[in-house]
Design a protein around this ligand. Sequence first.
Ligand code: ADE
Ligand code: ZN
Length: 356
Amino acid sequence: MPGTPGGRCVWDPGIWLNGPMELAEYVRRLPKAELHVHIEGTLEPELMFELSRRNEIDLPFESVDELRAAYDFTNLQSFLDIYYQGAAVLQTEDDFHDLMMAYLERAHRDGVRRAEMFFDPQTHTERGIGFDVFMAGFGRAMDEAERQWGLSSALIMCFLRHLTPEDAMATWEESEPYRGQIIAVGLDSSEVDRPPHLFQDVYEQARSAGLHTVAHAGEEGPPSYVISALDDLGVERIDHGVRSVDDPALVDRLATERVPLTMCPLSNVKLRVFDTIQDHNLKVLLDRGVKVTVNSDDPAYFGGYVLDNYLAVAEGLELSRDDLAVLAKNSIEASFLPQDERAALIEEIKSVEAAV
Ligand code: ADE
Ligand code: ZN
């Protein structure tokens, strides 16, 4: 992949013949915030095999190639089944540290300056791995990344919506000693038939405790789930939100209220929300005035990190350099960074634009 040393080539390099390094380098230099990435979804097959050996856990695959070949998804659920299975190799504080470090190092290479990352505590606590284990591992790596690269990062605790609201509330209570390490709560996993309003009580608790709130909505579910996330959960950002286009009044509302959508183009193609990247509605929503951002979701499973996602939409949707700078600015503005830090990064984006 142009401009992503060490990354796998997911796009035909031929498409970049008219100055490939230039565009990739431009996007890499734009300061960006990644606002939609599941840390468990950054577990690359190589690390999965290493951890399975380290922890003597059998994987139902003989090799990295065989595992990658299984990443042929038909919808969100077909992915989640494999994703939860993969997370079983994560056992010790060092495992969570190594996972986090690998992602932050990769994000740094893509020009990410701020990462707000989801983690799924229930995926680990239901296997007997406690908050003390994963929070310590995550925290150590995040501190190292800040020291080494000045990369700012934060954690968003997601509730698994296929489990019950009571499970979510128990997880919220269990997280109490670690609240200082958590910037926001989120809602993920299987969406259809699990409307956001079911989780109203736990979101109320999180908001009262001063945490930010986000939720996955409108990935596979209807626009009414986006409305429920906004009105019943009071969220500040919608994760995905692509199905909002089916309700023109909702699109107008998102634009007027400047509600950020954290979109994940390569994920949407891999999970067959759109047939091809050319069919993605990111540009349509951007042109309608919605505060769209570009993110990677589960990059180890979907074949691309954040820079790959920017380049995929740049090529597939014929985005201009101005569009790409707007997407980067949107990501910074939509982040939970303090206002002065956001303003400084926006100034840096302007200088990158001016240098072209
Ligand atoms: N968990 C990990 N990736 C997800 C996605 N794309 N949608 C919902 N839950 C997820
Ligand atoms: Zn997601």
